[in-house]
Design a protein around this ligand. Structure first.
Ligand SMILES: [Zn+2]
Length: 376
């Protein structure tokens, strides 16, 4: 581990040497398993204390099983030239979190964890359950990042690197904002989980008659539409609308796959985007959705047989490694004046998030990349 803790940089590249890789993973497991600093177990759903946490899966395990090989999946670290962790994930650890008691985990999500639920368009209950799980899972992820960030801040050598400290402080703020905001959103959905209130509307639903090679359940905001016009605000954290999320699921099932995209009822931000998307050919629709996945999401889980050519695809590598800088002031432009800075930043982000570049990466949702069940 170098003295600047650059390898604990949430936005940066991973360790450059094998030695640093081992050291980083040692530190992470030490910091994250530090029980003395963790509060008493309090279930996020029933709010009862001292109940053991369940090993909750974000993407239901029955879905992950459809693409796992020998109980294992690959993570996006396969695209990272300097990975933070091993690119293989066992079924029992894939996007799991510990914030809910076993009773609540069993009871609250039973509609969407039922494989028979996907023969028809998902019900409002299923959408609420997906959203709740995604928000709690993301809050857990940021909670872990905060722990690591504070550890780095407390252990970084004072005066070693002033800029690194400032940057770390900034990352901690963004992380803390994301942690709080996911908690708030989770509590909002939780309040309505068992009532008849309609919270969400489906923007896209498609059943494919083949099994796609990756699974995903994530929420994000789409920055630009097909005409390069900005959609959601990401420049000013204090002004981000919590209801700007689009929630996207790619669920490979036994013999078919389901794609669901939904957002909040009353939020019209993405209506035109999805109206346009729905007028395109199926191949183009899938290609654009696949592009959104790589552009905006980190937690993508792949079937082990994924082609080596895909792993080496330069554009996929670039997207998988780039982080969405929500409200972030990129360090190299920090000292520009505000107006100049915003212009520069808009140009830079439009360039890197232009939806019309969707053809530059292989469309892994296309039939060509379908999993042959006999190979599993
Ligand atoms: Zn509970």
């Amino acid at each position: 581990m170098n003295k600047y803790f650059k390898t604990l940089n949430i936005n940066g590249l991973g360790p450059l040497t094998q030695e640093d890789f081992i050291e980083l993973n040692k530190i992470c497991s030490k910091v994250l398993s530090n029980k003395s600093s963790s509060k008493k177990n309090r279930c996020f759903i029933c709010k009862k204390q001292n109940k053991p946490y369940c090993n909750s899966h974000t993407i239901p395990q029955f879905i992950l099983k459809n693409i796992a090989k020998n109980g294992e999946l690959l993570t996006t670290q396969i695209f990272n030239k300097t990975p933070f962790s091993k690119p293989i994930s066992g079924l029992n650890n894939t996007q799991t979190f510990h914030k809910i008691c076993t009773d609540c985990d069993k009871k609250t999500f039973k509609d969407y964890e039922n494989p028979d639920a996907y023969d028809k368009i998902p019900s409002q209950n299923i959408l609420k359950q997906i959203a709740l799980k995604s928000y709690i899972s993301r809050s857990y992820k940021h909670q872990k990042e905060l722990k690591l960030g504070y550890y780095a801040k407390n252990n970084i050598q004072q005066n070693a690197d002033y800029l690194r400290l400032v940057q770390l402080e900034y990352e901690l703020n963004v992380c803390n904002y994301n942690y709080q905001s996911n908690n708030k959103k989770a509590n909002f959905v939780l309040k309505n989980i068992n009532n008849d209130e309609v919270l969400f509307k489906i923007q896209y639903f498609k059943t494919l008659d083949y099994v796609v090679p990756y699974a995903l359940q994530s929420h994000f905001i789409i920055l630009f539409d097909f005409n390069d016009e900005p959609l959601a605000n990401t420049f000013d954290i204090s002004d981000i609308n919590a209801k700007d999320d689009i929630i996207l699921c790619i669920f490979p099932l036994k013999t078919k796959s389901i794609i669901i995209a939904f957002d909040y009822l009353g939020n019209s931000l993405y209506d035109n985007f999805f109206t346009t998307l729905n007028t395109l050919t199926l191949d183009e629709q899938l290609s654009i959705i696949n592009y959104l996945v790589f552009l905006y999401c980190e937690d993508i889980y792949f079937n082990n047989n994924i082609d080596d050519k895909i792993k080496k695809d330069e554009n996929l590598i670039k997207f998988a490694n780039s982080q969405q800088k929500v409200g972030a002031k990129s360090f190299d432009v920090l000292f520009l004046s505000e107006k100049k800075y915003e212009e520069e930043r808009l140009k830079e982000i439009l360039n890197s998030h232009n939806i019309n570049n969707y053809k530059t990466i292989p469309n892994l949702l296309g039939k060509k990349y379908a999993i042959n069940a006999r190979c599993l």
